[in-house]
Design a protein around this ligand. Structure first.
Ligand code: 6CS
Length: 348
């Protein structure tokens, strides 16, 4: 079971106190430094596996150490993102499902039916896209971050108390989304009552029936026991969970060229590892869930059943363009062109 809210508040307070004293003693100095890296997930979940690879590479190739702060030790995503923005920690994993509230263009990742479903094309898109690695990287710079990398974490599924085959089935369902406005708009368009919440509140809210649905990749549905408090899983093919590894920009700009290259090399290695690590992860998680709860309902929407969700997605696109303006349009056009290039390069 994930941390309940009382335990969570206690841990958060302890975490911030411990975190503050740790931070006071570990300011970066010339030579060997301690780099602090906070996550939105546990150490054995995808973000933790990536961060561990990054840490191992940095520590094997320099005198620096990387201290990882998993979810719950320094607060919710909004807290850790702010700590990195102000330079109290050096690295953070911050997902557009939250940071889309800060940088409107990032909501392109939250738009349904934009990212390719083919995992090879998806991995190549993140690797090679100038829109991600130049245009969006510049938007992160505007907010005091250096974008180290972005990567996909797995196909997003809905988990609900009742089966979902059509938008009508979401009528009256309080559906938890991360806090970006485009996710709210998506579930409005899908026919639900969207409820933006930080992660730490989701399990309790499902248990208390304050919400009746949420979306996440399968590995997370399994690792956080979401299947204990929901009874149906729906694969609608509408998105893949994206995250970003960010560094504090002033910290990054102050690194030697050698250390900047170290960060890039560690992140490239961790990227390839995490893409490989995810092969079969969705299926494994589903098997584990069905073993623990054999009567869990699983629905894979057919193309025909997906059609009304795809139609609803058009309205979400329009809201995105109203919100992010011309630069949102450029990012969306850039995504479409970069996805096409990734498709062509994988097909060769
Ligand atoms: O739903 C969430 O809020 C969380 N989901 C994942 C897969 N990672 C972190 C995030 O906080």
């Amino acid at each position: 079971m994930p941390t309940n809210s009382n335990t969570f508040t206690r841990k958060l307070t302890l975490g911030l106190v411990t975190g503050a004293s740790v931070l006071a003693f570990s300011a970066a100095s010339a030579g060997a430094a301690e780099w602090r890296y906070a996550l939105e997930e546990a150490i054995d979940e995808v973000q933790g596996v990536f961060a561990t690879q990054f840490k191992d590479y940095v520590e094997a190739n320099s005198d620096h150490t990387v201290t990882i702060y998993p979810f719950g030790t320094l607060g919710e995503s909004a807290d850790t993102t702010e700590l990195a923005q102000m330079g109290a920690i050096e690295f953070v994993t911050a997902s557009p499902g939250f940071t889309g509230a800060l940088i409107p263009e990032l909501n392109v990742f939250n738009l349904p039916y934009v990212l390719p479903e083919d995992p090879e094309v998806l991995a190549e898109f993140f690797r090679s896209s100038p829109t991600i690695n130049e245009t969006l990287a510049a938007r992160y710079n505007d907010q005091g971050f250096e974008m180290v990398t972005m990567y996909p974490e797995g196909e997003v599924v809905m988990t609900t108390k009742e089966p979902v085959n059509a938008p009508e089935d979401l009528d009256g369902v309080n559906f938890r989304v991360m806090t970006s406005p485009i996710l709210v708009e998506t579930y409005n368009a899908f026919g639900a009552t969207p409820t933006p919440l930080p992660w730490g509140e989701v399990f309790g809210a499902l248990q208390l029936n304050m919400i009746q649905g949420q979306e996440n990749p399968m590995f997370f549905v399994e690792s956080t026991n979401m299947y204990e408090v929901t009874d149906h899983i729906t694969f609608a093919g509408h998105n893949n969970f994206t995250t970003a590894v960010l560094a504090n920009k002033a910290f990054y700009d102050g690194l030697s060229e050698e250390d900047q290259e170290l960060v890039a090399a560690a992140s490239e290695e961790a990227y390839e590892y995490i893409i490989e690590y995810q092969q079969g992860l969705t299926e494994e998680a589903l098997e584990m869930i069905l073993e623990a709860k054999p009567d869990m309902g699983v629905t894979r929407l057919t193309d025909e059943e997906r059609e009304p969700f795809r139609e609803a997605a058009q309205q979400v696109r329009e809201t995105f363009l109203e919100m992010a303006g011309d630069s949102g349009q450029d990012v969306l056009d850039g995504f479409e062109a970069d996805i096409e290039s990734a498709r062509e390069s994988v097909a060769q």
